[in-house]
Each structure stands twice: as structure tokens, then as C-alpha cells.
Design a protein around this ligand. Structure first.
Ligand SMILES: Cc1cc2nc3c(=O)[nH]c(=O)nc-3n(C[C@H](O)[C@H](O)[C@H](O)COP(=O)(O)OP(=O)(O)OC[C@H]3O[C@@H](n4cnc5c(N)ncnc54)[C@H](O)[C@@H]3O)c2cc1C
Length: 384
């Protein structure tokens, strides 16, 4: 097992960090206050190659690997968590399943636009009756003549209000041909009649990443909209893709790293009793713990990304990385808050946003509970 970064990966990371520091960091407060990630951010991310990762040259991609995608998520979340989630969702929740299962026409249409930064992509799975209950989807697709009619509601869709491409997962009515017990995914280019975003949701963190519910009422789609056609994947197969867990792991690592850097910086400048607080051992311990947390999360995520790039099943390792990273980011935010003292708990202060951004990682991309259930099943049923 060797997941030391090679020259290509280092160069990608260097270029992306320069872009983040030069163009994205300065606008991140504005992204947060306006509640929107501008398309310009996607265009510059396409230029630096982030939106071409994992996608072959035929569709304008650069074919680079999952390790680069993970590094990219960390770099982006370190400066602008909203941009990380909007771009990450576009590439990893929308682009990767499309690349894996889509028809040539679907790939041509959506991936070629995605790699130029001209598209926000979305993934609509969670439903109002319970985000974890993905084996009993109430949004249904009924075969009707040459196509399908969709009916139902999705509860939280990141990029939902302004997506140009959307994957929607449904149960299938009256179709026994589904690969995994009656579910399917459809690729949609909004706006389409019968589908509308409703109830925009303001999450506590990454406030520039727009999230909404989506309502489908008699939404007619041609049969070509079904991902992978009649033999296409269902929910179970799509959920086993490790990319989403790694997307959220990278996000959490970036937020944890930002907490560490901010805490170190403040500890060096803040003086009490005539000395910088960085000279106190109690502060050393917090900084060391934050470093250990971020480093372990990074190594776990790199291991899973390396497995993906080696063509091996990485669903369990990606879940381990997601679970650990998403729980360590709030711990880092809490330690950072304590190091800032009163300023740490001040509304609008330097740590409030880091703390808010850290909170959402435990819920998106599968809750901690759902990852624990999945991992326990892996241990008890497959590896015992
Ligand atoms: C900012 C944000 C962005 C999101 N983006 C997307 C997206 O792009 N696409 C998408 O499809 N979804 C998205 N989600 C939805 C997210 O995946 C769900 O919120 C999550 O799956 C939890 O579902 P729920 O909110 O319905 O919680 P509930 O299902 O009501 O669960 C509440 C609590 O109970 C626990 N729980 C529920 N059932 C069980 C059980 N059987 N055993 C043990 N514990 C259980 C849960 O883990 C949770 O802690 C997003 C959510 C947020 C907040």
C-alpha cells in the first residue's frame, strides 16, 4: 500500500492551493453572506483541473485520480466550504455516477459541460419520511408509454435550487427489470415541467451552498433519461460508490485544518500574563490533539482514495474515513473556540463560521449513525 503523493498530485495540489489563496479565499465571506457560490468559481476550478478529475479526455476531463479529488476537497474546504460542497457535489455526486453508468449521449451532454465549469450538478435521494430510509423511496417512477412519470418529493438537495443537471433516485412502479429490487436513477436537465424546487433550506454551515426540497408532480421523462437504461443501477449500487463519503471526508479535513491553522495563528499573537498563550502547555496539548485528529483523518481518507484508484472496493474504508473525519472536524472547531477564549464564542467572531461549517459534516453524505450501522454490518457479516 503506497499512497505517498507523486509529482503530478503534488503539482495539482500546489496549483489548486494557489488558486484558493489568490481567488477563492477573498470572496468566501461574500459567498456566505449572499448565500450563493458564483459560477465563476466553477469556471476557475475547471481551469485548474478540479472539475476534470476522474473524467476522461473524451469529455474534456483530465482523467486524474480520486487522491487528487480528495486533496481538492480539502484545499477548497480550507478556504471556502460552500465552494467545496457545490463543486464536490457537481463532480462526485452527479458526475461520477453519470460517468460510471450513463449512456454516451448522457455523458456527452452533461460531462462535457461539467468539465468546463458550466454546470452545477445535484443528487436527489433523501426524502421527507427519513433520509436514511433509502430502500423505501416514496418518490415513484411509473412507466407510461415510451417514458416515465415521476411523482413525489425529495427533502434536501444541495444545488437543488439552481442545478443544471440532476440525478433523482426513485422507486419503480410496474417494472420488474430493475437490477436491485425496483429502484432507478434519472438524469434531468432542469427546468422540466412537473419538477420544481420548493422550500429552500438554510443550513447552519456552508451557507453559500444552496439546498432545497424538490417536488415532482406528474413529471414526464423520456425513457432515455433513465441512468444506464433498463439495466441501470438502483439505489443500493449507487450508494456503494465511495466517492461521496470521500467528498465529505475531504470537506471535514479541510475545515479541521482551517481550525488548526486559525488556532495556531491566534495563540501566537494573543498575550496573557505578559506572554503569548502559545507558550502555555495547555495550549500545546490542544494544538497537538487537533494535529493528530486532522492527520489521522487525512491518512484514512488517503487510504480509501488509493483503494479507489487501484480499482478495489473501498466502500468500507471510505465510510471509516467519512465517519472519523466528520466527527473530528467539530472537535477541532471546539478546541479552536477554546483557544480563542471570549472571541471564540462571540457571534460573528473568527471561529463562529468554522464551528458552523464543521457541524454539517456529520449529517451530509450519510449520518454518523448510518455509517456506524453500515460498518457494523460489514464487520459482523463479511469480515467476522
Ligand atoms: C446541508 C445539507 C445538504 C444535504 N444534501 C443532500 C443532497 O444533496 N442529496 C440528498 O439526497 N440528501 C442531502 N441531504 C440530506 C441528508 O443526507 C439527510 O439529512 C440525512 O440523511 C438525514 O436524514 P433526515 O434529515 O431525514 O434525518 P432523520 O432520518 O429524521 O434522522 C434523524 C436522526 O435519527 C437517526 N436515525 C434515523 N433512523 C435511524 C435508524 N434506523 N437507526 C439509527 N439512527 C437512525 C439519524 O442518523 C439522525 O441522527 C443534505 C442535508 C443537509 C443538512
Amino acid at each position: 500500500m503506497d499512497y505517498a503523493l507523486d509529482d503530478r498530485q503534488r503539482e495539482f495540489q500546489r496549483n489548486l492551493r494557489a488558486l484558493c489563496e489568490g481567488k477563492i479565499r477573498d470572496s468566501s465571506e461574500q459567498v456566505e453572506s449572499r448565500g450563493e457560490v458564483p459560477m465563476d468559481h466553477l469556471r476557475v476550478l475547471a481551469e485548474v483541473g478540479f472539475l476534470g478529475l476522474l473524467i476522461p479526455e473524451d469529455y474534456g476531463g483530465n482523467g486524474e485520480d480520486m487522491i487528487c479529488a480528495l486533496l481538492g476537497m480539502e484545499e477548497l474546504a480550507r478556504v471556502c466550504p460552500s465552494t467545496a460542497l457545490v463543486a464536490g457535489t457537481t463532480l462526485l455526486r452527479f458526475g461520477v455516477p453519470l460517468l460510471r453508468f450513463g449512456s454516451s449521449a448522457q455523458k456527452e451532454r452533461f460531462l462535457s459541460l461539467l468539465t468546463t465549469g458550466g454546470l452545477k450538478g445535484a443528487w436527489a435521494l433523501s426524502e421527507p419520511h427519513g433520509g436514511m430510509d433509502t430502500r423505501n423511496l416514496r418518490t415513484r417512477a411509473r412507466m407510461d408509454g415510451e417514458g416515465y412519470v415521476l411523482q413525489g418529493e425529495k427533502s434536501y438537495v444541495l444545488n437543488g435550487p439552481d442545478a443544471h443537471g440532476l440525478l433523482v433516485l426513485t422507486s419503480l412502479e410496474g417494472d420488474a427489470s430493475s437490477a436491485d429490487g425496483g429502484s432507478a436513477a434519472f438524469v434531468i436537465a432542469p427546468p422540466v415541467a412537473g419538477m420544481e424546487p420548493c422550500r429552500e433550506i438554510r443550513a447552519v454551515g456552508a451557507r453559500g451552498a444552496r439546498v432545497s426540497a424538490l417536488r415532482f408532480s406528474g413529471c414526464r421523462l423520456p425513457k432515455e433519461a433513465r441512468l444506464g437504461g433498463e439495466e441501470g443501477p438502483g439505489v443500493e449500487e449507487l450508494e456503494r460508490l465511495p466517492h461521496v463519503s470521500l467528498m465529505v471526508a475531504g470537506y471535514a479535513i479541510g475545515v479541521g485544518q482551517a481550525c488548526l491553522e486559525s488556532a495556531v495563528c491566534y495563540a501566537k499573537e494573543r498575550k496573557t500574563f505578559g506572554r503569548p498563550i502559545v507558550t502555555y502547555q495547555e495550549i500545546h496539548f490542544k494544538i497537538a490533539d487537533m494535529h493528530v485528529n486532522v492527520d489521522v483523518a487525512r491518512q484514512l481518507a488517503l487510504r480509501a482514495a488509493w483503494l479507489v484508484d487501484s480499482g478495489k472496493d473501498a466502500s468500507a474504508e471510505a465510510s471509516v474515513a467519512k465517519l472519523f473525519a466528520s466527527e473530528m472536524a467539530p472537535e477541532c472547531a471546539r478546541a479552536c473556540m477554546q483557544i480563542y477564549g471570549g472571541k471564540g464564542v462571540t457571534q460573528g467572531g473568527p471561529v463562529e463560521r468554522l464551528w458552523r461549517d464543521s457541524q454539517i459534516a456529520e449529517v451530509i453524505g450519510g449520518t454518523s449513525e448510518s455509517h456506524r450501522l453500515f460498518l457494523a454490518k460489514e464487520v459482523l457479516e463479511r469480515r467476522a
